[in-house]
Write a protein that binds this ligand. Structure first.
Ligand SMILES: [Zn+2]
Ligand SMILES: [Zn+2]
Length: 339
């Protein structure tokens, strides 16, 4: 089969590799769509737990083409997505029922083979059939699952005011979930463009432009028009600068959510006195486990709109062009699509 294969950071080729063997408890999926996101740019650089050699791609959907001998829950021909995480079930954290911190955490497309290939073998227990989604929408189930996990962490109090930094695919999904789950007023701050237009149409009560050339303009507006501060401030861009300034927009007793994927060596300069005196709660949200079921419920129930998000679809052989387009911040959601 054809696949994108990394031999080392930044070193990948589109080449022939064997179709993966399917173990008794696995199914083989013919991949139809696989999203790419900022995490793939970090993986490209060898960051974010990446291990090589690696077939990237953690946001995949496709058809079941064969099932292992022990699999009874899935049939050939079913349209499915798969939770890309594999958890050991027996380490300290798994035994504490905190599998997100599994000491043997495996993740398809991060440290084991992912979906930027014609086929992928996945444990049947991680596979979720669906009916009511297009292939393009199905590529957004994994980002939605991460946003559902974010909502668990945020634990939003109904009637809250929320400031969300970022209108990328994750931000657009998170904004809709915030609106569905108790945000009385949602402000989204992001650079101008189609992403901000879409989040404005789908979920935001107010948008604030971030001018990359003038970091002061959005600060002045937020501090002037929201003097009391927000109940929740969510940083979903991965910008250390925005993460650093997030604290000042939280009201006393407020919450700051660190949601983006940041460079591992980035640092912020926070005032411990401000955290102490305002009695802030600062919390991180990382990836997801066991959120696919709820993500599909939102998407198949049409409570979340992702059908306008895919602006670019590339062939598998054009992975490099897809990465470059992502890096250039063009479009909204980029996917690899196979017929
Ligand atoms: Zn992703
Ligand atoms: Zn474990």
């Amino acid at each position: 089969m054809k696949a994108i294969v990394y031999d080392a950071p930044q070193q990948f080729h589109y080449r022939d590799v064997p179709v993966p063997e399917t173990a008794a408890d696995e199914v083989l999926i013919r991949v139809r769509t696989c999203g790419i996101c900022g995490t793939d740019l970090h993986i490209h650089e060898g960051e974010f737990l990446a291990q090589f050699p690696l077939i990237p791609g953690h946001e995949f959907a496709g058809e079941v083409v064969s099932v292992g001998s022990a699999v009874t829950s899935l049939k050939v021909g079913e349209r499915v997505v798969a939770d890309n995480t594999e958890l050991c079930g027996h380490c300290f954290y798994c035994k504490r029922d905190e599998p997100l911190f599994c000491e043997n955490f495996l993740s398809h497309g991060v440290n084991i083979a992912g979906g930027q290939a014609e086929y992928i073998a996945v444990k049947a227990e991680k596979v979720f059939p669906f009916q009511n989604l297009s292939w393009q929408e199905a590529a957004l189930v994994e980002p939605t699952a991460c946003a559902v996990h974010g909502m668990d962490i945020i634990a939003l109090k109904p009637g809250s005011s929320v400031l969300l930094f970022g209108a990328g695919p994750t931000g657009i999904i998170l904004a809709q979930l915030l609106r569905l789950n108790g945000a009385a007023h949602l402000t989204v701050a992001a650079p101008a463009g189609p992403k901000l237009d879409l989040v404005s149409r789908l979920a935001a009560d107010e948008v604030v432009l971030i001018d990359r050339a003038d970091a002061q303009s959005h600060r002045e507006r937020l501090l002037k028009e929201h003097r009391k501060g927000f109940d929740y401030v969510i940083e979903a861009t991965g910008s250390p600068q925005l993460c650093e300034e997030a604290l000042q927009y939280a009201r006393p007793g407020g919450h700051v959510v660190v949601y983006g994927v940041y460079p591992a060596n980035a640092r912020v300069n926070w005032s411990p006195y401000e955290i102490f005196q305002k009695q802030l709660t600062i919390v991180g949200s990382f990836a997801q486990t066991h959120c696919f079921d709820r993500a599909l419920a939102y998407l198949e129930g049409r409570k979340l709109q992702v059908n306008e998000m895919v602006t670019h679809a590339f062939a598998l052989g054009d992975y490099r062009a897809a990465l470059e387009t992502l890096r250039a911040r063009q479009g909204i959601k980029l996917i690899i699509q196979q017929d």
